[in-house]
Design a protein around this ligand. Structure first.
Ligand code: PEP
Ligand code: MG
Length: 865
């Protein structure tokens, strides 16, 4: 057995199995040597010797090791005139922030004269005292205070230091610090082995001991000490980041910027940094010393605090230059981490002194700053006002829960704070699709133009900062902090997505939940393979459309409704045209209207007045009382289980007819323009095959014929002289539908699992109310996860049964999932592996996360085969 493993810039290399016995610090030093980097020379004592060190004599090997260091550093261990000092590091295989280290070994009254000429007599005695203190505290667990007491008794001149040293020797024990340098080295090694090797716990994997020469950055103006990261740890920019101090023993003060270092050293440090990045395949921290113009590398380590952006940019650079392969790059980043490249983050330093309201849930991640408004219209007005006056236009909407008429304010604002709801409620869903921030905090109390929590009060017009990270609970700061915002084109995200997409295969893709052309563009940038859910009711959120939509649902007769629908059709046609065109050649699934009525009706007097004004402007003279009465008639006790989805179309077939016409008109127009697309029409809230058959094929009843989708398609194709392929499918979002999947598949060419409603109806948990009682369920461990985020087992079982039954009827049935669960990697694994779906569909800003999860699963599968 070689006993010791010497290393130096000459480039020693060792077998992998040997390296495993040298501990982390030992390995790091040897890895530097392997790269022929000017590492300060040293040797590592094999970890198998550690248990025997206290009792056995290894002097010969130790002396041999010291000779190697002496040659490299140009000093002699124990020499009175030109002494070499060394450090000893306990090098275990554990990842620790600090490894126990004894510096200045070899310094004693014997070598003091030589060391004094090197750094000055007082400094030399100070370093000797430092050695004694380290031995006392780190090896013998003597309290620091005991050493402080000694120091306090003496002056800090040479004489005082000498006396301190004498007393410290007494305290540590004469036998533990022999004056003979070699004896001292051996005794310290033995005592370190005794102290840090525990026969019971470490027998399998004892720590090794690293012995390394010491060099000094305080030997004059041609010496310095410094550290740097191989590139910027926040931005990932390929420029060294760090600092140095001229003529200093350690980097214990604010140093100068590393880029101000002499060009010759800087070039070498850059080259060294590059080799280290290539070797370790990540950015790293490097410590160096220049001793009388000679550059030495002391150590290099991983950087835990590097940003995801910096990590990804390093990986991409290494990939471009051929150091690493694309599959390896894709495997390095946990999917959820990408969130930090997609959303702003709060600059922690700017938070000092701002009170915080913690808790609640993140509805949509990110960070936002703005003045709060408790009503959408007031927010809109303040926004317009701010634009005119050139003031800060950033606003945050605070509401108990949001509804259709609030969407305009969410859109112009930075975020929404709501007091009711859960992850798949209106405010979070809308915020996620618009890339805004949402926090749901069930314990805030919203009053008249203020909200309050635990004695902290925020009034309308006050600033808040919303911090809604993906991994931690959110916080609302009651003041204005600074944000750091991402640019996905420069932070590496778009390049990274391109690499990730190489590992997506046709059998499982990621689509977007996107409602408007603008969302579709974002979705494409984020790498979507089509749209899996266009919620057409969201197309009516815009300020100029919501009133027309209200007019449609509040119509008192068929004729009145058809008139409004005729008005809406060109708008819908335009919307669909945009979506199809932006997404071509990828598929687009248009879901026909599913508007829980309570989200769309005027909810208060202000909204009602606006609606009445709208009617008046159209020349209609509405009776307020009559309109109110119609609203009341539409009131439902349980709107989520009420007149929504396809049920509305069964009562009023003309509504879906208008939408289906709009879809085919847009598609035929595109076909004439040379853009061939296959529209996918999807029906929501289906509970049985009869509904689906009725809406698809139409029905003759009491002499009246109700057109189905197929009839409308035929009509338009005939009228336009164009033939098109199209698909009709269904949402599966009710347990009854899941169980009836065998029959549903006779009429549906695709299913999309609407897991928001499927969770709501399977668990009987309201997606809008869960938050008020979920914390107690978490506290008592009654539900493993929030089932609106992580698919519950019963929902998974229903999907599994449905997929199986559906495919028996129609083997080429396409299956997707479009609930808010679509971006969570654990749900994706279920969709890909267990249920063998064809895609998940998720909000545009979640697409990179989902893509990465899919790519990693594909790579894992490929490697397992
Ligand atoms: C669902 O229920 O999962 C779904 C996607 O539909 P929505 O959220 O629009 O009800
Ligand atoms: Mg639904």
């Amino acid at each position: 057995m070689p006993e010791i493993y010497p290393f130096s810039e000459k480039g020693e290399t060792y077998a992998e199995e040997d390296m495993e016995r040298l501990g982390r610090r030992g390995r790091r030093a040897i890895e530097l040597a392997e790269m022929k980097i000017p590492v300060v020379p040293g040797f590592v004592i094999d970890s198998r010797l550690t248990p025997e060190l206290p009792s056995k004599d290894f002097s010969e090997s130790l002396r041999r090791g010291l000779v190697g260091i002496e040659e490299g550093v140009g000093r002699k261990f124990g020499d009175a005139a030109n002494p070499l000092l060394i450090k000893i590091v306990v090098s275990s295989n554990l990842s620790l922030p600090f490894y126990p280290t004894v510096f200045n070994v070899g310094l004693s009254p014997t070598t003091m004269p030589g060391f004094s000429t090197l750094i000055g007599e007082k400094a030399a005695w100070f370093e000797y005292c430092y050695l004694l203190r380290t031995i006392g505290t780190k090896i013998f667990d003597i309290a620091h205070e005991r050493f402080d007491e000694i120091i306090a008794r003496y002056s800090d001149d040479v004489e005082g230091m000498k006396k301190c040293a004498q007393e410290m020797v007494q305290l540590v024990g004469r036998d533990n610090v022999p004056d003979d340098p070699f004896q001292q080295f051996v005794v310290i090694l033995k005592n370190l082995a005794k102290r840090y090797y525990n026969a019971e716990m470490d027998a399998e994997d004892p720590p090794a001991l690293l012995v390394q020469g010491m060099v000094f950055g305080n030997l004059g103006e041609d010496s310095s000490v410094g550290m740097y990261y191989t590139r910027n740890i926040i931005s990932g920019e390929d420029r060294l980041q760090g600092s140095f101090l001229l003529n200093s023993y350690t980097l214990d003060r604010q140093g100068q910027d590393i880029l101000a270092l002499d060009g010759e050293y800087l070039n070498r440090l850059q080259q060294i940094g590059r080799s280290i990045e290539r070797k370790f395949r990540e950015l790293r921290e490097v410590k160096f010393i220049v001793e009388k113009k000679k550059l030495w590398i002391i150590n290099q380590t991983e950087v835990d605090k590097k940003s995801t952006q910096a990590h990804i940019r390093t990986l991409l650079d290494l990939m471009k230059e051929g150091t690493v392969k694309d599959d390896w790059v894709v495997e390095q980043i946990p999917p959820g981490q990408l969130a930090t490249l997609l959303h702003s983050v709060v600059d922690e330093e700017s938070l000092a002194g701002i009170p915080a309201i913690r808790g609640g849930i993140t509805g949509a991640p990110g960070a936002a700053v703005g003045r709060v408004f408790f009503n959408a219209d007031r927010l809109m007005e303040a926004h317009r006002d701010a634009i005119q006056k050139g003031e800060d236009t950033r606003m945050v909407l605070v509401v108990t829960a949001s509804y259709a008429e609030d969407v305009k304010a969410i859109e112009v604002g930075q975020g929404v704070i709501s007091a009711e709801g859960g992850y798949s409620s209106h405010a979070p869903v809308v915020s996620r699709s618009l890339g805004k921030v949402s926090i749901v905090h069930p314990d805030i109390r919203i009053g008249d133009r203020f909200f309050e929590y635990n004695g902290v009060r925020v009034n309308e017009g006050d600033y808040v900062t919303m911090d809604a990270p993906v991994y931690r609970d959110p916080t609302i700061y009651t003041g204005k902090a600074k944000l750091i915002s991402p640019d996905i084109h420069t932070n590496g995200l778009t390049d990274f997505i391109e690499v990730v997409r190489r590992f997506i295969k046709d059998d499982f893709v990621v689509r977007a939940n996107a409602d408007l052309g603008r969302d579709a563009k974002v979705a494409r940038t984020m790498g979507a393979f089509g749209i899996g859910l266009c919620r057409t009711e969201h197309m009516f959120f815009a300020e100029d459309r919501i009133q027309r939509f209200r007019e449609m649902i509040l119509s008192s007769s068929y004729d009145e409704r058809v008139r409004v629908l005729d008005d809406l059709r060109p708008l819908q046609r335009g919307d669909f045209y945009d979506l199809f065109k932006i997404m071509a050649p990828y598929p687009v699934t248009i879901r026909l209207l599913d508007a829980p009525l309570h989200e769309f009706l005027p909810r208060n007097d202000e909204a009602l007045t606006e609606y009445l004004e709208y009617l008046q402007n159209k020349g209609i003279k509405p009776e307020k009382a009559e309109i109110q009465e119609r609203i009341e008639r539409l009131h439902e006790f349980n709107p989520m289980l009420g007149h929504r989805g396809c049920r509305v179309a069964i009562t009023y077939p003309e509504i879906y007819e208008m939408q289906v016409r709009g879809i085919f008109e847009a598609a035929t127009r595109l076909k004439k323009e040379g853009v061939d697309i296959v529209p996918e029409i999807m029906i929501p809230i289906v509970m049985n095959p009869s509904e689906l058959r009725f809406l698809k094929n139409g029905k003759q009843i009491e002499g009246q014929y109700i057109k189905g989708i197929r009839d409308i398609a035929r009509e338009i194709f005939h009228q336009e002289g164009v033939q098109l392929n199209y698909k009709v499918g269904t949402m599966v979002e009710l347990p009854a539908a899941a169980l009836a999947s065998g029959d549903l598949a006779q009429h549906a060419e695709f299913f999309s699992y609407g897991t928001n409603d499927l969770t709501q109806t399977t668990f009987g948990l309201s997606r809008d109310d869960i938050n008020s009682f979920f914390p107690a369920y978490t506290m008592y461990d009654l539900l493993p996860n929030n089932p609106f985020q992580v698919l519950g087992d019963s929902v998974k079982e229903l999907i599994y049964i449905s997929a199986e039954r559906g495919r028996i009827t129609r083997p080429d049935l396409k299956l997707g999932l479009c609930g808010e669960h679509g971006a969570d990697p654990s749900n994706i694994e279920f969709c890909m592996e267990q249920s063998e779906l064809d895609y998940v569909s998720t909000s545009p800003y979640n697409i990179p996360i989902a893509l990465l999860a899919v790519a990693q699963l594909n790579l894992k599968k490929a490697k397992a085969q």
